[in-house]
Design a binder for this molecule. Structure first.
Ligand SMILES: Nc1ncnc2c1ncn2[C@@H]1O[C@H](COP(=O)(O)OP(=O)(O)OP(=O)(O)O)[C@@H](O)[C@H]1O
Ligand SMILES: [Mg+2]
Length: 227
């Protein structure tokens, strides 16, 4: 289960402190999916970064599977993040000089997974690429893929360490309707079949509607929306 308890986050800006998250609380049962919608600049990416332990709240707690992430030191946090959490960023952040397969394998390079052989990792990466429909493009560089294919490669990379939580920030932001539909279908399928908890930030009402629950972030607080 993912639990956020009264998260607060402000940034120092040239115009003084900016309170982005005021009191954000949320519970997501394991294997459930939620979408977070809200206008540009309201703090969605900020919130996702806190959930994924890429940044720390000023106060409040993030609990994942009973572990309080706000209590971990940097090293432990990095290891936890790498093992348990998958990220799909809007701009996918694939390394242009690495092939699709190498990109998918990147998260396995960082600590903790040394026990698994390179061959078995590679097999797992290929299985995942098959699942996202990119097995035949595994040896290609990202620059030679379409936008939707890159987005699917980013999903594959987020899955390689078998996360219990998948975070996606505007995963269909730059895609046409049909391609967006296939990425949405892929996320929903992973959530349902593999019981991966899914938190998706999106401007797409089609994507938001596919999740179990829909929340709106407004004035630094989350509220559930009937959908
Ligand atoms: N590192 C930072 N330092 C200062 N201000 C920041 C920083 N990161 C974000 N902000 C500000 O915090 C607010 C929330 O930003 P955030 O990126 O979370 O918004 P968002 O909801 O994801 O917007 P979008 O839909 O455009 O992606 C914005 O006003 C932004 O300018
Ligand atoms: Mg954002």
């Amino acid at each position: 289960m993912l639990e956020l308890i009264e998260l607060h986050k402000s940034y120092n800006t040239s115009a003084g402190p900016l309170e982005v998250l005021k009191k954000v609380s949320l519970r997501v049962e394991r294997g459930r999916s939620v979408s977070i919608v809200g206008p540009s600049g309201c703090g969605k990416s900020t919130l996702l970064n806190l959930i994924g332990a890429l940044d720390r709240p000023d106060s409040g707690k993030v609990l994942l599977g009973g572990q309080n992430l706000t209590e971990l030191d940097e090293r432990a946090l990095a290891a936890f993040r790498n093992r348990r959490i998958g990220f799909v960023f809007q701009l996918h952040h694939l390394l242009p000089q690495c092939t699709v397969l190498e990109n998918v394998l990147l998260p396995t390079l960082a600590g903790g997974k040394a026990k698994e052989s390179a061959i078995s990792l590679q097999q797992r990466a290929m299985q995942i690429l098959e699942k996202v429909g990119l097995a035949d493009r595994a040896g290609e560089l990202p620059g030679r893929l379409s936008g939707g294919q890159r987005q699917r490669a980013a999903v594959a990379r987020a899955l390689i360490n078998r996360p219990q939580l998948l975070l996606a920030d505007e995963p269909t932001g730059s895609l046409d309707e049909e391609t967006a539909g296939s990425v949405i279908g892929l996320l929903a399928d992973l959530n349902r079949r593999q019981k991966i908890t899914l938190v998706v930030v999106t401007h797409s009402s089609a994507l938001a509607a596919r999740m179990d629950q829909m929340y709106e972030l407004k004035k630094g607080m989350l509220s559930e929306r009937g959908g």
